[in-house]
Ligand binder design. Structure first.
Ligand code: NAD
Length: 257
């Protein structure tokens, strides 16, 4: 097993794309998964054009069989798996009392169940290989504090910390580490959506809600996907071999835990 292999979910844009590009730069062969094959294929093509090694696969993380099939596809095509990044996620802006069942279900199905399936599928593959492995999950500042209008989303990100701790304890004997990254306000399509939906509820123009959140960042700027990818790069590397069960803040100074 020479070149390490990392699978990143939700890698067609935003933080997932940033992580895939960074891990490719770090020398990983990267497998980019997403709901829309054309989108992940485009990012994979660009990584390959720039000297990296990338493949794309279509996976809806809320469908358990697809998650397991995705891991198998990567192991078949690239020989093995070393790192699994449970990055895919969705947000929904609504008062907790007004959040309808369809949105509650999709938040739970994608953010929570998708991560559980990812942990299960990756751990099964690592154990089959008999090799150490690293599982890295997407939590958030909203996994440390419940944010208004993001109540159910916050609950899913709290859940990620619980899953990360439990999985880390259970899988340590197999030399599998499980950690999470907790970004702040990352300038991705997800925040475009949050800003727009918050603006509609508060009746403020586009950009205004984001501006208010950005004003609370100690380091004085919005977060880029590369800021998150730098942390994931470390967590995926040998340098993080002795770290497990942690949910690490990367937010420019919003929450201090
Ligand atoms: P994004 O919306 O820009 O990108 C998310 C990607 O996940 C998209 O490509 C989307 O197609 C994919 N996805 C959604 N549902 C999926 C499914 N069922 N199966 C497979 N792929 C699916 O979001 P982002 O800002 O890049 O966020 C990435 C992760 O980081 C999410 O888990 C998010 O909750 C978390 N996060 C984001 C922020 C932020 O400020 N943007 C902050 C903290 C945590």
């Amino acid at each position: 097993m020479t070149e390490k292999v990392a699978l990143i979910t939700g890698a067609g844009q935003g933080i997932g794309e940033g992580i895939a590009r960074q891990l490719a730069n770090d020398g990983f062969q990267v497998a980019l998964s997403g709901r829309h094959l054309d989108k992940v294929q485009k990012v994979a093509d660009s990584i390959n054009e720039n000297g990296g090694k990338a493949i794309a696969l279509k996976t809806d993380v809320s469908v358990r069989d697809e998650v397991f099939a995705g891991v198998k596809e990567v192991a078949d095509k690239l020989g093995h798996l070393d790192v699994y990044v449970n990055n895919a996620g969705i947000a929904h802006v609504a008062q907790l009392c007004n959040t309808d069942q369809a949105h509650i279900d999709s938040l739970m199905d994608i953010n929570v169940k998708g991560t559980i399936y990812g942990i299960q599928a990756a751990a099964e593959q690592f154990k089959k290989q008999g090799t150490p492995g690293k599982i890295i999950n997407a939590s958030s500042i909203a996994g440390h504090e419940g944010f208004e209008l993001l109540g159910v989303y916050s609950a899913t990100k709290f859940a990620i910390r619980g899953l990360t701790q439990a999985a880390a304890k259970e899988l340590a004997k197999d030399k599998i580490t499980v950690n999470a990254y907790c970004p702040g306000i990352v300038l991705t399509p997800m925040w475009d959506q949050i800003d727009e939906e918050m603006g509609q509820i508060h009746n403020v123009p586009k950009g205004e809600s984001l501006k208010q959140y950005l004003a609370g960042i100690a380091l004085g700027r919005g977060e880029e996907p590369s800021d998150v990818a730098n942390l994931v790069s470390f967590l995926a590397s040998d340098k993080a071999d002795y770290i497990t069960g942690q949910a690490i803040m990367v937010d420019g100074g919003i929450k201090y835990v």
